[in-house]
Design a protein around this ligand. Structure first.
Ligand code: SF4
Length: 76
């Protein structure tokens, strides 16, 4: 098990849909196609959650897919 934090900077997100098309475990769309972290705490500017599982690679793959660098995945 790995503990890691996934954060989407929703001020930067351009709703390209790339992250949640790549990884549906960590990312999903809101009503405007901007990204949310699944099960996370979300406001206008940020969505974040700490995960404790073996899916870090998936989260990183989704983050890499973002063309504007709006996603941070930090191992804790
Ligand atoms: S890939 Fe980046 S810009 Fe596109 S929806 Fe996800 S966070 Fe937003």
């Amino acid at each position: 098990m790995v503990k890691y934090e996934v954060t989407v900077n929703r001020n930067v997100c351009l709703a390209t849909m790339a992250c949640y098309s790549t990884d549906t475990l960590h990312y999903k769309s809101d009503e405007n196609h901007k990204s949310l972290v699944v099960g996370g705490t979300t406001d206008q500017s940020k969505s974040t959650r700490i995960f404790d599982d073996d899916k870090l690679d998936d989260a990183q793959r989704g983050a890499k897919a973002c063309p504007v660098g709006a996603i941070t995945v930090k191992q804790l």
